[in-house]
Write a protein that binds this ligand. Sequence first.
Ligand SMILES: Nc1nc2c(ncn2[C@@H]2O[C@H](COP(=O)(O)OP(=O)(O)OP(=O)(O)O)[C@@H](O)[C@H]2O)c(=O)[nH]1
Ligand SMILES: [Mg+2]
Length: 372
Amino acid sequence: MGSTGSGKSVFLASLFKELSTQGKYGFYLDVEEPEKRKRLNHIYSQIITGEVWPPGTRYSEVSEWTFTCCVKTGDLKDYPACQFTYYDYCGGRLTDSSEDPEFDGIVKEADTLLGLLDGQKIYGLMAGTNDFLVSTFVNKDLPNILRKMQSCRVPIHFVISKWDILEKEFSLQEIRKRLLKIPEFAEVIQSRVNTESPVRIIPVSSVGSRFAKLQPDGSMKKNPSAIPHPFLTEVPLACVFPDAFKARIYQLKQEQKLLTKKQENPFEMFFSVIDTIKPILGLGYGVLLNFLPPNYKVAKPLLEKLGEVLDEAVQKGQEAASKRSEKLFKEQINSLKQVKDEETALTHAVDSFLYIQSYLTRDFPESDLSLI
Ligand SMILES: Nc1nc2c(ncn2[C@@H]2O[C@H](COP(=O)(O)OP(=O)(O)OP(=O)(O)O)[C@@H](O)[C@H]2O)c(=O)[nH]1
Ligand SMILES: [Mg+2]
C-alpha cells in the first residue's frame, strides 16, 4: 500500500529483476505467464534507460503477480518451493475517499501488508522542506495506510522507498524516531507489539545510490552514466514467510485460549508446558507437529527452523547480530546441498529468507519496530 508516486511499481520491477536469477540469495523467482514477465522486464528497462521513468499505474488497473520461488541445485535441477502473490495498483485508490470494495477485498485476503512510505516525502518531513508534500504524507497518505492496516491482523511491513535520497543525510534511527512522534503511527505499532505481531520498517532503494538525484523542483533526474544497484529490495519478500508463520502461531495460541479453559486443551497445555521446559530440556519444535492442526503442518526440519525464529531473543548488540548472520549464511549454503525435492527446496528457501532477515537486523537493528 502506498500513495501515488511512492514507488510501488518501480519497486516491483526492480525486485523481480534482482531475484529473477539465482545469485547470492540461493533462490530465484519465476513468473509463469510469459506476458507478465515481459511486462515487468519492460518496466525495468524503462527505469534503466532514457530520461523518463515508467508511467504511473492506471486507476482501473489492479495487477496481480504470482511469483514462484524456485531453487536451482548444483546439478541444475529446479524445484518450486513456494509462491507469493503481489498486488500492484494505482495509489489513488488508497487515498481517494470513495468506496472501493475490490481494493478492500484484496487487503482482507492478504497475508502481509506492505506499506510503502514515499522516501521523497519523508525527506521533506526530515529536512523541514516542502510543506505541501509533508502535509499530504502526514494527513492523507499515512492515515490511509494505517487505517487499512488496523483492519487486519496480519504482519505489517513499512518500506521506506527511495532510500538513496535519504541515506546520506538521515539515519533510519532518526526517521523511525520522527515517525513515532506521529500519534496514529505509534498507536498502530503499539497495538502490534501488544499482540506480538512482527512489524518492521525497511529502507529500500529500487535503483541504489547515484542513479537518480532529487531536483529542487521535486523531480527525480536520472544520472545518464550510472547503473542501478538496488538496495535491500529482496528484504520485504524474505520477511513474509517467517513473520507470517510467527503471527499465525501466536494467533492460534490466542484462539485456543479463547475456545477452551486453560489446561483443558492439549494444544494450550502443550504451549504452557513447552514455554517452561523447552529451554531446560532443549526440546525442539518438532514436537509441535503432534499438536498443530493439519493445515499448519510443515516438514519437521522446517518447523524446527521456524521455531528458532519464534524463540529468537532480542538481539544483543552488533557482535551477536553479526555472528547470527554468519551462522545463517552457512546454514543456507549447506541446505542448498540437501535440496532433492520440493520439501527440501522449501526448507532451503526459508533458510535463505532467514539469512536475508538476519542481515537486515544486523545492519539496521532499528528496523524491528516491535523493539520499541
Ligand atoms: N531516487 C529514487 N526514485 C525513485 C525510486 N523508486 C521510484 N522513484 C521515483 O518515483 C516515481 C514513482 O514511482 P512509481 O513506482 O511509478 O510509483 P507508484 O507508487 O507505482 O505510483 P502509482 O502507480 O501512481 O500509484 C518514479 O517515476 C521515480 O521518479 C527509487 O528507488 N529511488
Ligand atoms: Mg504504479
